[in-house]
Design a protein around this ligand. Structure first.
Ligand code: RIB
Length: 299
């Protein structure tokens, strides 16, 4: 199981507070911690913890944080030859979590914003040797598109998690074996209201399948033949950060062994639920064994 991820790496600074501050307001945090994060690195770690061999293409600063981001991926068994050393500082995310586990995130892209299409092209082999390419939108769109063109030429299926939200070129949507927006991002990129209407529009643009993530409501799958909902696992939410990343990592690995069905989406929902029940991005991402045990425990 070989997966390539082209995406971001961040150092997350996390404050937990009773509630999120309003505009111009200061609230006191009840606790603070830092963790490895970034949507690309989180999904790479999620796929690795599901048993995949993962190669990461991204950018880090030539600073102490960058060295830690690289070492952390290596500790998770991920190949890091595709990391570009930028003159900008490594990416930072300032995250606030409230008592319900909801968050706000401000990202300083730093080195992530310096990832050039030329670097992706220079590391094309990492994509060509893989069986799936996983993408998000926390790096420049030109770098994303360079990865897409390499994968398409090599016949490698693409899983796109369109986060953070951005308007997308039709070429990108049309290249996806699967695209996984949440409801808000679906409305933005499809221009349609409603889950089935939005998903149908992405299919009409050329995506081969759509999974709309719905948080505590689970997810909705749609392709040209099937449309069904898969319920979430009820949990006590601690921190929503990286729940979507865990979901996408699990989905990517599952896609390698066949078509997306209810069982695979239930597994991905469980991976997301476990991440949401723990604090921090990468510290919260479960292993395959943890997900299997969780599903058994829920009958
Ligand atoms: O998806 C969660 C991630 O978004 C965090 O780890 C943070 O780094 C931001 O990129």
């Amino acid at each position: 199981m070989e997966i390539a991820v082209v995406g971001s790496l961040n150092h997350d600074l996390i404050c937990v507070a009773a509630r999120l501050p309003g505009k111009g307001e200061t609230v006191h945090a009840t606790s603070y911690c830092s963790a490895f994060g970034g949507k690309g690195a989180n999904q790479a770690v999620a796929a690795a913890r599901m048993g995949a061999h993962v190669r990461m293409i991204g950018a880090i600063g030539s600073d102490a944080v960058g060295a830690e981001l690289r070492a952390n991926l290596a500790t998770n068994g991920i190949e890091t030859d595709g990391l570009f050393l930028s003159g900008k500082p490594s990416g930072i995310a300032m995250i606030t979590i409230d008592a319900s586990g909801d968050n706000t995130i401000v990202v300083y892209p730093g080195a992530n914003g310096e990832l050039q299409p030329e670097w992706v092209l220079a590391n094309a082999a990492a994509i060509e040797k893989s069986s799936c390419l996983v993408l998000q939108l926390e790096i420049p769109l030109l770098a994303v598109m360079a990865a897409v063109r390499i994968a398409k030429k090599a016949g490698i299926p693409i899983l796109l998690n369109p986060a953070p939200a951005a308007a997308l070129p039709v070429e990108l949507i049309a290249s996806c074996a699967c695209i996984t927006p949440n409801e808000t991002k679906l409305a933005l990129i499809s221009g349609a209201n409603g889950i089935e209407e939005g998903a149908a529009r992405l299919l009409a643009m050329g995506a081969r399948s759509v999974v709309v993530t719905l948080g505590s409501e689970g997810c909705h799958y749609m392709d040209h033949e099937r449309s069904f909902r898969v319920a979430a696992f009820p949990i006590k939410a601690v921190d929503a950060t990286a729940a979507g990343d865990s979901f996408n990592g699990a989905l990517a690995v599952g896609m390698l062994s066949g078509r997306i069905d209810e069982e695979l989406l239930r597994f991905a929902n469980a991976a997301g639920a476990l991440a949401a029940s723990r604090l921090g991005a990468q510290p919260s991402i479960p292993t395959r064994e943890e997900v299997q045990a969780f599903i058994i425990s829920r009958g």
